[in-house]
Write a protein of this length. Sequence first.
Length: 229
Amino acid sequence: MSNGIENESEVAAGHAHGDHPAFLAHHFHDAPQQKSAVKFGMWLFLVQEILFFAGLFMAYFAFRALYPETWLAAHELLDKRMGAFNTVVLLTSSLTMALAVRACQLDDIKGCVRYLWITIGCAFGFMIVKYFEYSHKFHVGTLPGKFYTYEGIEGGAPELFFSVYFMMTGVHGLHVVIGIGIMLWMIMGPLRRGKVSSQYYALVENVGLYWHLVDLIWIFLFPLLYLVR
């Protein structure tokens, strides 16, 4: 009797696992449940990222209120053309990321990979421009804190502006680098192994949400640091 019960349990377990699609983890009942959980987790992550950057934005506004003349003079030293170029690059990368997700929805995995490579290229372009921008600031001495040596700004605490500038753009740049790594992992891992399809593209969709947040943060950083007078 006990052997019969054990055999029935094994058959039921085998049936439950065997009927699952390859992309469905065993602790989820079905694909909609897994997709819902994955997207909910991603949105929680994005919310805490927004809260993190909100603290940096508050620091920007607080110091700007304390040193308005210095803030105005310091932001004139930033290269608006480089900032504008990087804005165009990131907006383009948002488009190609959206096209990558759409390609997955249409089961066009090769197209998805192609658009992801273009997005990665845009991300590298952004970081290359940032390298030249940073290297110029190292050369002239517009650096944060005690490393500030530039003498062309009158007023109090210009080093605070560049402390905030390097913190905000540096953390954002770190997110760009992380995004590059995630996209490379996506191409070399799930997409190559066939774990992404029109039936389940939540992984690519979540990478897209992360990348759109990175772009959105820059949309706020660019006018605040480079344009607002």
